[in-house]
Write a protein that binds this ligand. Sequence first.
Ligand code: NAP
Ligand code: ZN
Ligand code: ZN
Length: 354
Amino acid sequence: MTIAVKSYAATSPTSPLGLFHFVRRDPRPEDVVIEILYAGVCHTDLHVARNDWGWSQYPVVPGHEIIGRVTAVGDKVTRVKVGDRVGVGCMVDACRDCGACRKGWEQYCEKGSTSTYGSKDRVDGTPTQGGYSEQIVVTQDFVLELPGKLDLAGAAPLLCAGVTMWSPLRHWKVAPGSRVGIVGLGGLGHMGLKLAKALGAEVTLFSRSPGKEEDARRLGADRVVISADKAQMKSVAGRFDLIIDTVPYEHDLNPYIPALATGGTLVLVGYLGPLQQTPVRTSGMVVGRKAIAGSLIGGIAETQEMLEFCADKGISADIEMINMQQINESYERMLKSDVKYRFVIDIASLRAQA
Ligand code: NAP
Ligand code: ZN
Ligand code: ZN
């Protein structure tokens, strides 16, 4: 079976994404062939398309919030069947045998997990390519089952934005009575508000943008703090057990440390890189046993757990549906925080393109 697909790829850090034809790998006995219906647009897609982190290989087909329909399965596939609605997130494989994998932390695989795009397939070494494409071939253990109640397009962003927030909320044991802060109201941030609220926490949004207050409250925030306003920041001093910071670019972490309660943790999920302009002052951490930590997406089992939780609680992402051909303008809008709160590509528009 040769699976030739249309996709949208970046071919250099500066070229807009455009139509790209390639061939998916021949399905192996444990592989699932998925016709892609929807693909969420994560800020990571933009970082990788534009080589913000310095390791992008071209051409790259971004997209790791994938919802689709199973169209074929290999002989050894038992978990899903043809016709099932399924999801694929940020990983398509891992070693499955190291200490991290055995704990269900495939994203921290000690041999390196295989990313949905921008990695090499563990068996044949070909580049992995993501969800801005018509079909994908994924080994069954990295395919997520979609509970029937979930809205398909609104579920796409759960596969990255959702689980990236869910994993730290669960790891730091957020429960009724917890006080949680979310920094930045974008794709990740809006899922953070919804999930933290549904776990029973008191939730605060920290934002640069005064215009987002009403939306934040609708999405689950009990309070909105404008991060540039010193008086507002002071009013929440010592309050938070956990703050999850989704800001994608270098920014000053120092204002958030006083907002942590004693023993609290500031978890970074957005920015990767040095803090050159704004070094962290450690005294507030030492004096209050406060931590700055990082967190990467979530494992397969916890992604499945999050999907079940969202189905039970009626949670999905707030999306703006776009056609594949609008991807470049959507990236520009995402850079201006002009999206409420996640773009999702209708892959039918790619299928229809000549
Ligand atoms: P997004 O939709 O663009 O949202 C980012 C939000 O951060 C914005 O809405 C804005 O919120 C705030 N922000 C943006 N630029 C800022 C700046 N220069 N200074 C201060 N605040 C700023 O992005 P996303 O898809 O949520 O992704 C956020 C980051 O997480 C990206 O860097 C992405 O690569 C990363 N990510 C990490 C993981 C992981 O596993 N760790 C997974 C997925 C994504 P306000 O206007 O409310 O301030
Ligand atoms: Zn992502
Ligand atoms: Zn491993």
